[in-house]
Design a protein around this ligand. Structure first.
Ligand code: C2E
Ligand code: MG
Ligand code: MG
Ligand code: MG
Length: 283
């Protein structure tokens, strides 16, 4: 009796593992076809420049519509990275986002997330140049966001690619700052244009003095290194007031706007542009 119970427990465990593996395999199989089936799309989240008091930048965020649901990048980007599919998906994102930005009014920039895996592709710089040329987008309107994990690999070719991109006029941002385990040393390996403070620091900003102190220190650090700072995940007026007071340049978060459908973003930018024109005429 005991023996058969043991066996059934074992089978249960094995089935659990199978289900997880199967889920992964199905994401992987689906993702291979996602591009040709046109199941990928971009959402756009505007960032508010606090000095300019207008949208200064818009982050492109990937979505995957598959099997009657929308799958979050948190779920499929890791699979795309492990399988190498991120290289073609990332190239699609670059072209799509540059095309969108070229259609926006004014000089609003577009920010794109790059995976460390894309840097292993020798021709990343060429891909970026091609996307800009195809969209006829000025390189100064493109920002590339990278995470600290990229610099973990800290190889010369990565740093070289970053310098080449920057020399073209493309801006480089450090995303999710403060979540890695040696964030500060990364600021020394490359001259970033922008530091995006991870939203985990926003969560307890209003209740914890240490979070406030850290944010203040990061902003000061950015200022002395010539890097601007963005606060990610600003959800309340209270958080906004605090980061503003501490001198952050830009805010991103649900308070100002969630990620938007392309048409809604375009509408927002057009209404902003016409308001700016009206106030210019009035003065
Ligand atoms: P991220 O680059 O840090 O992007 C910001 C994430 O925070 C987005 O999640 C956005 O929807 C979310 N967010 C913005 N404001 C708020 C807020 O006020 N509160 C909260 N709770 N969340 C907020 P999303 O779209 O799910 O993307 C998650 C991550 O997936 C991104 O984090 C980025 O690392 C990755 N990702 C998205 N698109 C791409 C892509 O095209 N390529 C690559 N390699 N990674 C991507
Ligand atoms: Mg990002
Ligand atoms: Mg981020
Ligand atoms: Mg983040």
């Amino acid at each position: 009796k005991a023996k058969s119970e043991g066996r059934s427990t074992y089978h249960f465990f094995e089935t659990g593992m199978d289900a997880e593996l199967q889920q992964r395999r199905s994401i992987e199989a689906g993702l291979r076809l996602a591009l040709q089936r046109q199941e990928l799309r971009l959402m756009f989240q505007p960032l508010l420049g606090l000095h300019e008091n207008r949208v200064t930048c818009v982050e492109a965020l990937l979505r995957w519509d598959h099997d009657d649901r929308t799958i979050s990048p948190v779920e499929f980007i890791p699979v795309a990275e492990e399988t190498g599919l991120i290289v073609s998906i990332g190239e699609w994102v670059l072209h799509e986002a540059c095309k969108a930005a070229a259609s926006w009014p004014g000089d609003v920039r577009v920010a794109i997330n790059l995976s460390p895996v894309q840097f292993r592709n020798k021709d990343l710089v060429g891909q970026v140049r091609a996307a800009l040329a195809e969209a006829k987008l000025d390189p100064t309107r493109l920002e590339l966001e990278i995470t600290e994990s990229l610099l973990l690999t800290d190889n010369e070719s990565t740093i070289k690619a970053l310098h080449e991109l920057r020399a073209m006029g493309v801006r480089i941002s450090m995303d999710d700052f403060g979540t890695g385990y040696s964030s500060l040393s990364y600021l020394r390996s490359f001259p970033f244009d922008k530091i995006k403070i991870d939203r985990s620091f926003m969560r307890d900003l209003t209740t914890r003095h240490d979070s406030q102190a850290i944010i203040r220190a990061v902003i000061g650090l950015g200022q002395s290194l010539g890097m601007s700072t963005t606060a990610e995940g600003v959800e309340t007026e209270e958080q906004l007031a605090m980061v503003r007071e501490q001198g952050v340049s830009e805010v991103q978060g649900f308070l100002f706007s969630p990620p938007l459908q392309p048409a809604s973003l375009t509408n927002l930018l057009h209404s902003e542009a016409s308001k700016a024109l009206a106030s210019k005429k009035a003065s």
